[in-house]
Design a protein. Structure first.
Length: 149
């Protein structure tokens, strides 16, 4: 088992970033590694609640993931299980941890994104590419929409 950690500075308050990370409306704005659309975003961000996201890449392929919220502490921490639906899953459930810390007097957020319990180095590399693209998309969304306000 292996894990990856990505750290980003997002130009929005932690409460705004938390909502983008946990609500169906927020997830629909940034999930997926390229500018392809989110087709389904369902989220019940409470301990024991579930989420489901289906997105289409620019190459036309579709991918769907699901999981359960294990820890939800607005606006600072989310922990959830992660599983691909279909034939993409290697090694079963993994775990995503998102930590949000206010910086710049609370006007921005340091986001630490950890995907743990990945089955192999190849899976880790694939998820690193995917999550890096998704977090780029999140940053663009915040800048484009002025969500920082």
């Amino acid at each position: 088992m292996t894990s990856l950690t990505l750290v980003r500075r997002i130009s929005a308050r932690p409460a705004i970033v938390f909502d983008l990370m946990t609500t169906a409306e927020g997830i629909a704005c940034w999930w997926g590694p390229d500018d392809g659309p989110v087709l389904i975003a369902e989220s019940d961000p409470r301990v024991g609640g579930r989420y489901r996201v289906r997105f289409r890449l620019l190459d036309g392929s579709e991918h769907e993931s699901t999981g359960e919220f294990l820890e939800v502490r607005p606006p600072e921490r989310v922990v959830m299980t992660w599983r691909w639906l279909g034939d993409e899953d290697e090694g079963g459930d993994s775990q995503v941890e998102i930590d949000l810390v206010a910086v710049d007097g609370g006007a921005a957020t340091e986001l630490t994104f950890t995907h743990a319990r990945l089955a192999s180095e190849a899976t880790r590399a694939s998820h690193e590419d995917g999550w890096s693209g998704a977090l780029d998309k999140l940053e663009r969304h915040v800048l484009r929409t002025g969500a920082a306000a």
